[in-house]
Design a protein around this ligand. Structure first.
Ligand SMILES: C[S@@+](CC[C@H](N)C(=O)[O-])C[C@H]1O[C@@H](n2cnc3c(N)ncnc32)[C@H](O)[C@@H]1O
Length: 272
């Protein structure tokens, strides 16, 4: 059949596979199978501008695991993973529960495919849940029964905004939104955030492609990203290029200016 995409056989009802989605494009960049032709077209375009960007997606996933392991080492055993993405390798609950079998994770994403695939992965895991919600509405997120059941807001929480805030426009007031989440969590909670980092001119072109093809994807300056941690105690190494954030093995040299890994910065801050 012309144009038949075998993976379309397991598309949840109501999903238009002709429109690319952020979650599926990221899955395509990571070499996953939960994506369709429209998503792969965006991934191809991104790679055509910056051929090594797939490497950057892999680095980002490695960062996520390092960050979760760090949080677990601080005694954090409950995680709200906002903009969690499609299940892939080293998912938050797998990393967290490897450190502490009792760790609890609520995954939140506005892409309904994340729910469908997440549920399949999590059927046997009573410490995790996945919900479809827009992170721009914290009242809705905190009001969901799954959050109430798995997360105790009287205890420190790992608030994860990994790779998602750059999909919020300036009109969404990301700094104000982050503050609304932080206001709801107890001292000792940590914000773990990563974000596309402006590195002109290459990121100007990338931003254009993201906005045209996906409708979101803002590259913000390191100062803007650092300001998201206002009021928190930034843990060592601060807000830095992702390979430099507490690498498992020390890097022998800092990334070059055209290194794709400079395109994303990350940090963790603790609420005092
Ligand atoms: C690039 S993926 C990041 C996945 C994962 N956190 C990681 O870092 O590997 C961004 C995810 O955020 C989700 N997302 C974007 N805007 C969102 C919103 N307003 N509310 C909830 N999820 C959102 C997308 O559907 C996508 O799955």
């Amino acid at each position: 059949m012309a144009g038949h995409d075998p993976t379309e056989e397991w598309v949840p009802r109501g999903i238009d596979v002709s429109v690319p989605s952020v979650a599926r494009v990221y899955d395509a960049m990571l070499g996953g199978k939960s994506n369709f032709a429209a998503d792969r077209a965006v991934a191809d375009k991104i790679r055509s501008i910056l051929p090594v960007s797939a490497e950057s997606a892999g680095e980002h996933r490695a960062l996520l695991a390092r960050g979760v392991r760090f949080l677990a080492a601080q005694g954090i055993d409950q995680f709200l993973d906002l903009g969690s993405g499609l299940p892939t390798v080293q998912n938050t609950h797998q990393v967290a529960q490897a450190a502490n079998a009792a760790a609890r994770v609520v995954y939140v994403d506005n892409d309904p495919m994340v729910l469908a695939h997440g549920r399949a992965l999590l059927t046997e895991n009573s410490g995790t849940a996945v919900i479809t919600a827009d992170i721009r509405d914290p009242d809705d997120v905190f009001g969901r029964p799954e959050v109430g059941q798995l997360i105790d807001l009287e205890r420190p929480l790992g608030l994860m905004m990994v790779g998602v805030v750059h999909h919020l426009g300036d009109d969404d007031d990301p700094a104000g939104l982050i503050k609304r989440y932080l206001d709801r969590v107890t001292p000792g909670s940590h914000l773990f955030l990563s974000h596309f980092q402006a590195e002109p001119p290459v990121t100007d072109r990338m931003e254009q492609i993201f906005l045209q093809m996906l409708g979101s994807g803002r590259f913000r300056t390191t100062a803007e990203i650092t300001a998201f941690f206002d009021g928190l105690d930034l843990v060592e190494a601060g807000v830095v290029d992702i390979p430099l954030w507490r690498p498992d093995k020390p890097r022998t040299r800092p990334p070059a200016p055209d290194d794709p890994n400079r395109l994303i910065a990350a940090g963790i801050g603790r609420k005092p």
